[in-house]
Design a protein around this ligand. Sequence first.
Ligand code: SF4
Ligand code: SF4
Length: 351
Amino acid sequence: MTHLGSIILIAVYAVLAIALLYRVCFLYKKIKSAYKTPHPTHSPIYDDGVGVFFSHTIAGVLHTVLVLAFITMTAHSISSLLGIENELWDIIASVWAVGAIIAAMIFIMRRCFIRPMRFSTLSPSQRLDAYTILLLEIVSGATLIASIYGLQGFDTAHYITLASFAVYITYSKHLHIITAWIYRYLNRGRGVYDMERVSGVCAMMDMMEGKAASIDASTTTMGASNANELSRLDVLGVFSCTQCGRCVELCPPYLVGEEFSPMEITTRIRYSIEKGVNFYPDALDDNFISMCISCGACRAACPVGINPMKLLWEVKRYAHLEKGYMPSSYHTASQSTQNSSYPLPTYLDKR
Ligand code: SF4
Ligand code: SF4
């Protein structure tokens, strides 16, 4: 390689390394800026969708192959850059690379020919993301094999592909291959209808009613409009969504044709964290936040254990308590309750 070529290559590595460092710092800062997650106050009401790993064994194994292959290829590339060469290590990395190529091609064919219903719930950009990551996995595997077996220039192509893969993943929904495991572990024991976050509202009401002289500012959350007002675990959960669509399949408003889904909740919150805009009303408007009926089915279906319903509660609490938003149906319920002590309009209201 010429002198100029080496300089360009080093510059490309440097840009990718800076981009990766920037993204890791950005994500760390977002999670760190949220407040400490309170301890769970309830045990789970029912189990979550983690059983999908065992009920869909083939897909579970193939996903695991993709993740482990990515980790192995990265470790192999780092050791090669450090000058650590070993024939057995090359064979192990090649086997994982072949596994990654096969697994990625099976997923592509499944999406093209079998078309799982969940895939139809994705937007065009989410589909593009799903295919891009599989193609990157194939290219990473192919360039690794070519470089191990001595094809000129493929080691450079492999390093660049892998580094681009690492940067891309921080923008992609596939960030979950790193975050979902951490989230699942930290989220263990949290209940579907855990009301821990209402403590701030209760403390505020106590103060307004004169039962308490002051309140602890750190517990007085009145919902969330940005990442700082969510707990760290909630922010990590947003970045752990796999966009698998399992929650969508069970969501009653989605099933009756509303433009609403639990996956959309996590997607929109992630979008607003990335763009630095308010959750409400910029990313989740009045109509959207009024759709959820708090049935909890999304949490039950989620293999990662994310609870989109609770995330939406935070946004709704902010909209109702901080911004005074009230759907017209609530006015009707309030009026009826005043008239007849019953929230649904009855004949008493018409007298
Ligand atoms: S809790 Fe809300 S978002 Fe979740 S499935 Fe039920 S209606 Fe849909
Ligand atoms: S919230 Fe859970 S079930 Fe819904 S799309 Fe994300 S990972 Fe899948």
